[in-house]
Design a protein around this ligand. Structure first.
Ligand code: ATR
Length: 279
């Protein structure tokens, strides 16, 4: 009699991704008592098609996908509405034998705000900074939650305009120097740019101009408390940080692969925080 192999998922990237995902998924496997695995697979672009089409034959129940493959996997799978709208997928799983793809950044962003600032989505107007891939997930999530007006500021205005053209009339492109004018009406401010990250430029936004009930979210998680979040907290505003989004976006993949919905616990957060800050 042969013993069935425990289910395993992998992270597909190239070159070999440096990622906290193994730490997160191993923590959940361990604490939930599930026999399973999560490994990193370095897959060059030329091998992606073969790797993904033979994912199940290779013994995997699903995968995360990272740079540079997040767009290419859309053509190799059946993407859901979120992956299609964002134009990129980060999670693959099998449903009735079919390889499906989704983008869990959308719910990572939303679930993190739900956990960090309950009631945040009663607001109708948001200001989103940046118009790259991360911004698309954020904008799609805000539209799902019924935001009526999303001001979208980007250094390169044309990218904000392109995103607005795709997502419809509730999204209003804005030049970077127009930020100050809309801050007083922003009940939610989200930074999706790399500004404020270690080694990158500073994000110059005057949080004093935000209304007192505003919530501030930053997708940057190195440092854990960005200057934007520190300034918002000093003003007494509620905040949602980038590490929270990273942890919450991992929940759905685990649930799809291993059949149990895991929790983002303080213990998990501390574990990943320690890994981020180790020298
Ligand atoms: P991601 O997938 O993480 O969103 P991206 O697609 O490279 O990454 O987008 C990066 C975002 O950060 C963009 O909005 C970028 O602005 P541009 O579209 O003008 O490039 C923004 N960004 C990066 N560096 C910036 C800087 N120094 N000032 C303002 N915005 C910056």
């Amino acid at each position: 009699m042969t013993t069935p192999k425990p289910p395993a998922a992998c992270l597909i990237g190239w070159p070999a991704a440096h990622s906290r995902s193994p730490l997160i998924h191993h923590y959940w496997l361990r604490t939930l008592g599930i026999a399973g695995g999560y490994v990193i697979e370095a897959v060059p672009p030329d091998d992606l098609r073969d790797f993904v089409l033979r994912l199940s034959l290779r013994g995997f129940v699903g995968a995360n996908v990272t740079i540079p493959h997040k767009e290419a996997v859309l053509d190799l799978s059946a993407p859901d509405a979120r992956a299609r709208a964002v134009g990129a997928a980060n999670t693959l799983w099998f449903e009735d034998g079919e390889l499906r793809a989704t983008n869990t950044d959308v719910e990572g962003f939303l679930d993190n705000l739900d956990a960090s600032a309950p009631g945040w989505d009663k607001a109708e107007e948001a200001l989103v900074l940046g118009a790259g891939g991360a911004s698309r997930a954020v904008v799609f999530g805000l539209l799902e939650r019924g935001f009526k007006r999303i001001n979208l500021a980007n250094r390169t205005l044309a990218r904000a305009e392109a995103l607005a053209a795709q997502f419809g009339p509730n999204v209003h492109p804005l030049a970077w120097d127009g930020i100050n004018d809309v801050l007083p009406r922003a009940r939610l401010l989200v930074n999706t740019t790399s500004l404020g990250m270690h080694g990158q430029g500073a994000l110059e936004v005057d949080v004093a101009r935000l209304p007192p009930e505003a919530v501030v979210a930053d997708l940057v998680y190195v440092p854990l408390v960005t200057p934007l979040l520190a300034a918002a907290r000093a003003r007494g505003l509620r905040t949602a940080d980038g590490l929270g989004m990273l942890l919450h976006q991992a929940v759905r993949g685990f649930e799809l692969w291993f059949g149990r919905r895991p929790e983002v616990t303080a213990e998990l957060r501390a574990l990943v925080e320690a890994d981020l800050t180790k020298t």
